[in-house]
Structure formats: structure tokens, C-alpha cells
Design a protein around this ligand. Structure first.
Ligand code: ADP
Length: 506
């Protein structure tokens, strides 16, 4: 059933969030850059105003003389060529914002209207400044004042008259209107520019995030179509060799693994039902035949004995499956203890001597006196039994089966080699699968045929002991299973080994 996609709020989407972070980043960057630039511009303009005033101050000292002959109040005279337009301009500009008083600040010798309108310094302030300037020669005072809303930068200090070298207080000023306008224009420009840049940036972010996320959406849509029934679908790679391709590759590999395990599960269910059906059909057939055709008690007895054999096989299979699934799901814990593997191999080889002799197979073992390892005795016995029973079963009369046990550094190596019929190469990868029997084994399904579960157990036991198994086989010449089990550290004795289910026949 197709599930409806829940409507998601646009602000929760990755695209929106990418765009928003992009826009926020740009906004902060722009505002920061504008603020730094404006502060820097303001300093440059201030320096410019200071330079202009310093030049005007020097010009003022060049053109103005204070004359104090004692018989009348001191006077300031400007000496310049009134015919020269440049000099006239300089002096007139100087006098536009100008204050000249004596050191007491009370006798105003000159004050321009502009200066007056911005408010002159009080006599106390002037006296104080004169004192400071006398104490530290060259000292000037600067501040910003306003006349009719216009800002002016003011520079004040002292000059001396020609005759007595007495100090006089002078202040000159230059309008800051130009600098302020530049700053204002700059601010206005940015106030207008930042939102415009933001809108453009957001649109660009939205577009780029959309482009970047488009393949992700395509991947998600394909992924949505993949379900248990069509696991063969794959997301097509974009051949861009980027992070997204890596994601697609990882995803496809995951689907591959899922498909393989689904396939394995399906195969397993088919195999189980097939394996269970064969003995059930046989039992049913035998009982039906007995019911309709048997006349003597012996005929009934035969039917019951045959049915019981099939029932045995059924229950053996069910027990084996249960045990295997417990083992593979980790419910079957190993009960490790330090045992002499040499003794175990010798005992088991002896047990197989009778069936081997019956099959006309020569069985030999090459085992050191002692070979201790920390393993689960029951499971290791089951592993060796399965390998030996296969070797004897698949080796024709006159062949040999040889078991070798060798200590090897931190591990023990067990080799079971036979001169039997071997396994063709193409079947080798499957022999550890559940219910797998090499095709063309010759034996018809029946009580003599194995369950195809023995090597699955061997593989699990080796894995559970952190060991390794490999197999070499040449059809017609023989098979060689080689197992390496780590010796392991000595473990405390198992609580109760008898609690383990024993299925040595598997
Ligand atoms: P089975 O109960 O049939 O022996 P296994 O899982 O033990 O099941 O083995 C799987 C299949 O591998 C066997 O059916 C057989 O075809 C093949 N096989 C296992 N051991 C040998 C061997 N020593 N020589 C030849 N074939 C073997």
C-alpha cells in the first residue's frame, strides 16, 4: 500500500536550511565588512580634517601678527597681498571660523559669526587651556562643534605677540560637512545594498541548494521503489565520482547484501519444505499401502519399521535445524575448557575404524602425544566427527583417509584429507551452505543420504572458536579440509557440560 508523504513545513527542509545559512553567512559577512570599512573611512576623513586644520594653523601663524604697544589694546593684523587671490582666499577662509582672545579669555579680539553661533569657550576654560599650552609647548586642543546643525572641527592653541611674547588664545575651524556626507552616503548605500544582496544571495542559495539536492531526491525516490519483492533494483550511478556517488555505491551494496540474504532465506524455506516433504510423503505412502494391501502382521510390521526410519530422519533434521539456528543466532554459548585435542582425535579416529573398514577405506591418524587447546569439547568433537564421516562416506573402496593434528605457534592445525571423489571447483563455495549437497552425488534421497547440514555446523564451530577453515579438492583425486583453531587462554571449567545437547551424529 502506497503511503502518503506527510506534508512537511518548508522551513524544516534541508534546502531551506542550506539557503538560510548561506544568506545569514553573507549578511554577517557584508555587515561586518561594511562596519569595518565605515570605521576606517571615518578615521581617514578625521585625519584629513586634522591635516587641513594643521595647514590652516601654520598659514594663520604666517599671515597674522599680534601687536601690543602697551598704549592701546593689542590688535591682530593680517599681512598678505590683497591683490593675490590665493592669499586672499586663504586668509578669508581662516577668518570664517576664528576666535582670538587674550590669555584671560575675557577680551575678545576677534570672533567670527560662525564661531559665535557654535558657542565660544568660557574664560575659565580658556585660562585653563592657556596654562596647559604654556606648560607643554606645541599643545593643541581639538573638538567637534555644531553651528546651525553643521559640524565643524575646531583646533585651538596659543600664539604670542611680537613685542612682549605674551600668550593669546586662538581657535580655528573647518567644516566637516563633506566628510559627514561621504559617511552618510556610504551608510545609505549599504543600508540599501545589503538587503538587495541578501535577496540575491538567498535566491542564489535556494537555487544552488536545489541543484545540489536534486540527485539526493532522485536517490530517495529510487530507494522508495525498492522493496522486498524488487530487490534487484539499483540506483544508477552518476559517474561524477563525488560524495553522492559514494552514497549510491554504499546503498547499492547494502541492497545487494539484502538481496543475497533474502535469496538465502527463500532458498532455505524451499529447501526445508522439500527436505521435510520427502520423508512425509514416504511415510504416508508406506502407511497407505499397508492400510489397503497388507494382509499379514509381518507386512504391517515392515510398513511401521520403514515409517519409523523416516520419522527418525525427520526428527534428526528438525533437531539439527533447531540447533543450527540457535548456534547462528548466538543462543548457543561455547563451553570452553582446556582439553587434549590429541586424545580427542585419537578416540574419534578409533570410533570410525569400523565403518571405514566396512567401506574398505584405510583410516590413519598422525597425532602428537599431547596437544592442549582451550575449546568446547562437544562442539569440536562434532566438527571432527562430521569431517571424518564425510571423508569416509565420499571415499570409494581402496581409498585412504588421513587425519593430521599439528601444533602451530598459537594455534592447532587439523587436516582431514581423503583420496575420495573430490568436489568440482564450481560447487566448492556452496558446500558450507545449509542443505547443500553437491549435485550428482549419486545417492538418491533416502535414509543413506546426508542432510547437507554437517559442514554448516563445521563452519559455525570454526567461526565460534575464532578459527579458520579452508578446503582444497580435485575431482577424482580427493579432498583436504584444513582447520586452524587458536589455542586460547585457559578458561575456568564449564559449569555443566552435560547440559549441552549432544548430536554427535551430525
Ligand atoms: P552431508 O550431510 O550431505 O554430508 P555436508 O554439509 O557435510 O552434508 O556436506 C555437503 C556436501 O559436500 C556433501 O553432500 C558432499 O557432496 C560434499 N562433501 C563434503 N565432504 C566431502 C568430501 N570429503 N569429499 C567429497 N565431497 C564432500
Amino acid at each position: 500500500m502506497a503511503r502518503k508523504r506527510k506534508p512537511r513545513h518548508v522551513t524544516r527542509g534541508l534546502r531551506f536550511r542550506l539557503m538560510a545559512s548561506y544568506a545569514l553567512f553573507f549578511a554577517l559577512l557584508l555587515i561586518g565588512a561594511a562596519a569595518i570599512f565605515r570605521a576606517r573611512l571615518s578615521i581617514v576623513l578625521q585625519n584629513q580634517a586634522e591635516d587641513t586644520l594643521a595647514q590652516q594653523w601654520a598659514a594663520m601663524k604666517g599671515y597674522m601678527r599680534i601687536e601690543d604697544f602697551g598704549n592701546k589694546p593689542a590688535e591682530a593684523h593680517w599681512y598678505y597681498d590683497s591683490e593675490d587671490p590665493d592669499e586672499t582666499f586663504i586668509v578669508e577662509r581662516l577668518r570664517r571660523v576664528f576666535l582670538l582672545t587674550d590669555a584671560s579669555g575675557t577680551n575678545e579680539m576677534f570672533i567670527s559669526t560662525t564661531y559665535e553661533s557654535m558657542g565660544r569657550e568660557s574664560p575659565t576654560q580658556i585660562q585653563q587651556r592657556v596654562r596647559i599650552a604654556l606648560a607643554s609647548p606645541g599643545k593643541v586642543f581639538s573638538d567637534t562643534r555644531y553651528s546651525e546643525g553643521e559640524p565643524y572641527f575646531i583646533r585651538a592653541g596659543i600664539v604670542f605677540d611680537e613685542q612682549h611674547k605674551a600668550p593669546y588664545y586662538v581657535a580655528i575651524g573647518t567644516p566637516l560637512t563633506g566628510s559627514q556626507k561621504i559617511l552618510r552616503d556610504f551608510t545609505l548605500f549599504f543600508v540599501g545594498f545589503i538587503p538587495a544582496a541578501l535577496i540575491l544571495g538567498s535566491w542564489l542559495g535556494w537555487y544552488m541548494a536545489g541543484r545540489a539536492l536534486k540527485p539526493v531526491l532522485a536517490v530517495a525516490q529510487t530507494a522508495q521503489r525498492i522493496s522486498g519483492s524488487n530487490l534487484s533494483l539499483r540506483i544508477p550511478a552518476r559517474e561524477a565520482n563525488d560524495e553522492l556517488d559514494y552514497l549510491i555505491l554504499t546503498f547499492n551494496r547494502m541492497i545487494e547484501r539484502l538481496e543475497a540474504s533474502f535469496q538465502q532465506m527463500r532458498q532455505f524455506s524451499t529447501d526445508v519444505s522439500h527436505e521435510l516433504r520427502t520423508p512425509i510423503t514416504a511415510i504416508r505412502g508406506q502407511l497407505e499401502v499397508a492400510l489397503f494391501t497388507a494382509k499379514t502382521p509381518d507386512q504391517y510390521r515392515d510398513a511401521i519399521v520403514n515409517s519409523l526410519q523416516d520419522i527418525d530422519r525427520l526428527s534428526q533434521m528438525v533437531r539439527a535445524l533447531l540447533l543450527l539456528s540457535q548456534a547462528e543466532s548466538g543462543q548457543l554459548a561455547l563451553q570452553k575448557s582446556r582439553i587434549d585435542l590429541g586424545a580427542v582425535v585419537r578416540d574419534l579416529t578409533e570410533q570410525f575404524e569400523i565403518p571405514a573398514e566396512a567401506a574398505g577405506v584405510r583410516l590413519s591418524a598422525q597425532v602428537p602425544g599431547h596437544c592442549f587447546a582451550n575449546v568446547d569439547r562437544v562442539q569440536v568433537e562434532r566438527m571432527i566427527t562430521n569431517l571424518l564421516s564425510n571423508a569416509v562416506k565420499f571415499t570409494p573402496e581402496g581409498g585412504t583417509v588421513r587425519v593430521t593434528l599439528r601444533p602451530d605457534e598459537d594455534a592447532v592445525e587439523l587436516v582431514v584429507a581423503d583420496t575420495g571423489r573430490g568436489i568440482p571447483e564450481q560447487y566448492l563455495p556452496h558446500i558450507f551452505d545449509r542443505f547443500y549437497r553437491v549435485p550428482g552425488s549419486g545417492t538418491a534421497p533416502g535414509p543413506d543420504q546426508g542432510l547437507g547440514l554437517g559442514l554448516s555446523f563445521v563452519a559455525w564451530i570454526v567461526k565460534a572458536h575464532d578459527g579458520a577453515i579452508d578446503v582444497e579438492s580435485t575431482p577424482g583425486q580427493g579432498t583436504r579440509f584444513r582447520i586452524k583453531l587458536p589455542v586460547g587462554e585457559e578458561a575456568p571449567a564449564p559449569p555443566d557440560a552435560a547440559a549441552q545437547p549432544i548430536m554427535n551424529e551430525l
